[in-house]
Design a protein around this ligand. Structure first.
Ligand SMILES: C[S@@+](CC[C@H](N)C(=O)[O-])C[C@H]1O[C@@H](n2cnc3c(N)ncnc32)[C@H](O)[C@@H]1O
Length: 240
């Protein structure tokens, strides 16, 4: 594991350091548990969606360098990392990163600066990150993501959908989300476009609980334009 630790010790500790030791317990919720008994289901489902988006956008993961911004404990990297030529993650919380044993991860010294070279990756994800980023920092983080992406590179934002009532209930009572400011897919799309990305696709997902998804998963694809899924994913392309 590559961990770059901030030298600015006067800064407050990153918010998620306080949750890192018992993160799974903090996420535990009866409604969420009824939706999927295995928390990895959510990450597998995201990877299925991301895979189909990359295919449509003509990007081959096996030939692409992927960076997961705000990777937390690295669950998506665990599920999908092996499909990329290189997979890495970063997060302001060194506590969260301490669980990412098998991937190259770096701590962000600032919430709006990424410890990577210009144009050094082909694909970036940020999963459930923006609702913890506030005000102008959202724009600064998005511009920073564009900086590290190669020309024509792809960026996928996954977020909670504020228009889904179950999502609102779960977020409303989750201690980790005490500061959460959910953003709708159209707001996330405007954020992408303001940083120069071309918005390629918006897909809503997480309509069906895990048990039904295994039998009727195709139904979710049919509903991807209906803005009521538990979460949504947006795909943008950086200028060539
Ligand atoms: C809800 S967790 C999601 C973690 C992971 N992406 C996942 O889906 O399991 C939010 C993560 O975003 C990180 N985060 C908060 N602000 C950030 C920022 N400005 N840049 C990158 N990551 C940030 C937090 O430290 C935390 O690990």
């Amino acid at each position: 594991m590559t961990t770059t630790v901030s030298s600015e010790s006067a800064l407050p500790l990153p918010e998620f350091d306080q949750y890192a030791g018992s993160y799974a317990d903090y996420l535990d919720d009866p409604l969420r548990g009824r939706f999927a008994s295995d928390p990895l289901h959510f990450h597998r489902r995201k990877w299925m969606l991301i895979q189909s988006m990359l295919k449509r956008a003509d990007m081959d993961p096996a030939r692409s360098r992927w960076l997961d911004v705000g990777c937390g404990q690295g669950s998506l990297l665990e599920v999908a990392g092996k499909h990329f030529s290189h997979a890495s993650g970063c997060d302001p919380s060194a506590g969260m990163l301490s669980s990412c044993a098998s991937f190259s991860v770096r701590a962000q010294a600032s919430p709006v600066a990424l410890p990577y070279e210009d144009h050094s990756v082909d694909f970036v994800t940020s999963v459930c990150v923006y609702h913890h980023v506030h005000g102008e920092d959202r724009t600064l983080l998005t511009s920073e993501i564009r900086r590290v992406l190669a020309p024509g590179g792809l960026y996928c934002i996954v977020e909670h959908n504020p228009w889904n009532p179950a999502t609102q209930i779960i977020v409303g009572r989750c201690a980790v989300d005490v500061d959460a400011e959910l953003l709708s897919a159209p707001s996330a799309g405007r954020l992408l476009e303001a940083s120069g990305f071309e918005l390629l696709r918006t897909s809503y997902f997480l309509y069906l609980p895990e048990k039904l998804f295994s039998r009727f998963g195709a139904m979710e694809s049919a509903l991807e334009r209906v803005p009521l899924g538990g979460q949504y994913a947006l795909l943008g392309r950086a200028p060539a």
